[in-house]
Design a protein around this ligand. Sequence first.
Ligand code: SAM
Length: 299
Amino acid sequence: MKEVSSVDGISSPEKNKVEGGTLYLVGTPIGNMADISGRAVKVLKEVDFVAAEDTRNTGRLLQAIGSDRPMISYFEHNKKSKGEVIAGRLQAGESCALVTDAGMPGISDPGEDMVRLCAERGVPVTSVPGPCAAIDALVLSALPAGRFSFEGFLPTVKSERAKRLDEVKYDRRTLIFYEAPHRLRETLSALREALGNRRISLCRELTKLNEEIFRSDLDRAVERYAESDPRGEYVLVVDGASEERPAEDRWWAGLTVPEHVEGYVSRGASKNEAIRMTALDLGLSKNHVYKLVLASDGK
Ligand code: SAM
């Protein structure tokens, strides 16, 4: 029989019992401690151990909620080795809560790799849903929320960023991007250049004291941050395209495969990147593109 739990007097026959051998993805606040859920507190107090992206951050959270559970670090640069350790402990019957710096594990952070590893090993995974900056920004943006595309962080390599933006240029859905303050100006300019002037809602410091939603267009957003320094955390919500992609709009239309590769190289890509992106554009294998380039080099 399912356990009946009570959180602040609300009883519900939900699956609130912490089970051994299970990974719990626990959503944590994106800036406002009061957003921690009753169920998140319960799981963070009862699991055998907590896997944390930043043990200092999570240490403060655990202290605030009165959890004494031991922590293990799990982040981008140790996720391979630590993932194995965590999966091994789960397979041996321990329960683990995975928390990242903020929000839902797996959204633009290493959580998704841990879920994949557990799925491969047959380890049960469940979630304790919590805040997610992308969804919070979308609903506050005043832009259409019915259909959207979450794009996360744009690539930092210029040619890859240009390719990504070209891919979404004619997407009719609302687009959601994450960005760090020190890259905001460059990203706004890249968005303006690639997508034209469109409505944008810049959602800053969500759930925090200085929360701000700037609903405007890309021209004004670029202007605004030419004058003031970006501060805090941002989600950019951008209106979808108003028209379909014209057939002749592909920059490589009419080029041979080697010229297509050269086009990427002249935009700053390495030869390997250019071959990979050309193969993706044309739906060919990298090997085939490589051979065509070699053949044309030998002419
Ligand atoms: N897993 C998180 C989630 O569920 O939203 C996202 C992690 S990602 C590494 C961090 C990015 O999320 C930030 O660079 C920013 O773009 C966005 N973000 C997180 N908290 C935010 C907040 N309070 N206000 C605005 N954006 C935020």
